[in-house]
Write a protein that binds this ligand. Structure first.
Ligand SMILES: C[S@@+](CC[C@H](N)C(=O)[O-])C[C@H]1O[C@@H](n2cnc3c(N)ncnc32)[C@H](O)[C@@H]1O
Length: 219
């Protein structure tokens, strides 16, 4: 039943894409790339389709990107969030994307020429940032599948994030209902609740496959 719904919605998206390509909407090629990588490594990719432009728009609007000096995107995948994020940055802002999957990173580089993407894991964020001369971060936009991470990786990754975020700095991330129900998803929620000064669950975005909520965490 779920697979049928997904395929109908995806075909509908494809049909709409062929009719009219709106700015910010993921292309058919991006949909196919993400779907293929999901089949190849489901736990790392953890999504059947790129985030919708509605989710991307709401995520980037929920953090003060316009005044941020150093901005990092985690798990950019096919660039659905990057598309909404880059136009918000001020001219002299530093921006770095960190992506585990080299196939995504290669496609991302072609889409955003001149922008920095590092192939690596959030588990090594400090090392990666220091290679790019980034000592502290104002805003992190995360597309990471936190509930798919083993508990040890959740902990390491959050330590890395917190060690780089400035006091008052924010990380915005999204999640799906299924992740909220998984023990590892509940573990992640407890971790952020304990480690950040403020954690806010913002409204659900229904125009996404599947619907997603936005979590804003302030150090
Ligand atoms: C749910 S997809 C999100 C893709 C894209 N941001 C979007 O919203 O459409 C998760 C992304 O996180 C990446 N990823 C998974 N584990 C990672 C890790 N440990 N470090 C960095 N990126 C990771 C995956 O390769 C994939 O690109």
């Amino acid at each position: 039943m779920f697979e049928l719904t997904v395929s109908v919605v995806k075909q509908d998206e494809t049909f709409l894409f062929m009719l009219k390509s709106k700015p910010g909407r993921a292309s058919l090629r991006e949909h196919m790339l993400l779907f293929r990588e999901f089949i190849r490594c489901p736990f790392h990719t953890a999504a059947l389709a790129p985030s919708s432009r509605h989710l991307a728009k709401r995520m980037v609007a929920s953090v003060p990107l316009a005044s941020a000096q150093n901005v990092v995107e985690l798990g950019p995948g096919t660039g659905a969030l990057t598309n909404a994020l880059l136009p918000q940055l001020k001219d002299d802002a530093r921006f770095l994307a960190v992506e585990l999957n080299p196939t995504f990173a290669k496609a991302w580089s072609k889409q955003f020429p001149g922008r920095d993407v590092e192939v690596g894991s959030v588990a090594n964020l400090r090392q990666i940032c220091s290679r790019h001369n980034i000592q502290s971060i104002d805003c992190i936009v995360s597309g990471l599948p936190w509930p798919s991470f083993p508990v040890a990786l959740q902990q390491t990754a959050l330590e890395e994030v917190l060690s780089l975020l400035k006091p008052g700095g924010q990380m915005v991330t999204f999640g799906y209902h299924v992740g909220m129900c998984m023990p590892s998803g509940r573990h992640f929620q407890r971790l952020v609740n304990n480690r950040f000064r403020r954690v806010e669950r913002l409204a659900w975005e229904w125009r996404n496959l599947p619907p997603a909520y936005i979590l804003r965490c302030t150090r």
